[in-house]
Write a protein of this length. Structure first.
Length: 227
């Protein structure tokens, strides 16, 4: 049986309008990590021609990069978020932004800002935005994806649920990308780091690249990604 194509590291970079849209968007990903994400997305999209899946849309900063890579390869980016903000984005916490609070209901709502981000980037036709909670969406998802980018809630409960929900949908040879991986607790929360270590320990993934807090892993053909 022919093995599926594998995504590999790339030196591809986004064009100037895409990079400008990424930098203009609300969000927390630094440029070097964004470039690494774009390279991974380009590799996965080109090699596998499958959807690129993002958990944690926020205002679309990283979605712009996934969508641009998907557009170039003739596939689509899918981004999943309930748009009410993760734990650290709630009022009184470090990453809270009052500009994305819905004044009528008093809750965060990043969906309108996200839509403006995509419109400004000219990428609306290349993204499927799913408004919902990641485990529920993963439970009804019906096909393989070429990339899973985990950048949602940073508690153990949420990061683990994202991994357990979406890793089994990742095609052999596809890429698992995890953001905010901090080996030193002094640098940040440990939930994404624990998910990263779990993925490596499973034997289903090998590390492709490290850029800042961004880790790119490849799913090995024939390996069970459900553990």
């Amino acid at each position: 049986m022919t093995q599926p194509a594998s995504a590999s590291t790339s030196t591809e970079t986004p064009d100037a309008p895409t990079l400008a849209a990424f930098q203009a968007a609300k969000g927390f990903m630094p440029v070097d990590e964004g470039l690494a994400l774009y390279a991974a997305a380009t590799d996965a999209a080109t090699a596998l021609r499958l959807p690129l899946l993002e958990v944690g849309t926020y205002c679309g900063r990283s979605t712009v990069l996934l969508a641009a890579a998907a557009r170039a390869a003739g596939t689509v980016a899918v981004t999943v978020d309930h748009h009410r903000g993760s734990e650290e984005q709630q009022p009184g916490w470090e990453y809270h932004d009052p500009e994305v609070v819905d004044p009528e209901v008093g809750l965060m709502d990043t969906l309108p800002t996200f839509r403006r981000t995509l419109h400004a980037a000219g990428l609306e036709d290349h993204v499927i935005a799913v408004v919902g909670r990641s485990p529920q969406v993963a439970a009804v998802w019906g096909g393989p994806v070429g990339l899973v980018f985990i950048d949602g809630g940073h508690t153990d409960e949420h990061a683990t649920a994202d991994y357990e929900g979406w890793a089994p949908h990742l095609a052999p040879g596809g890429l698992l990308v995890i953001h905010d991986v901090f080996p030193d607790p002094a640098d940040g929360g440990q939930a994404p780091y624990r998910v990263y270590r779990r993925a490596l320990a499973s034997g289903a993934f090998t590390e492709v690249s490290v850029t800042g807090s961004l880790r790119v892993l490849r799913r090995e053909p024939g390996a069970d990604a459900s553990s």
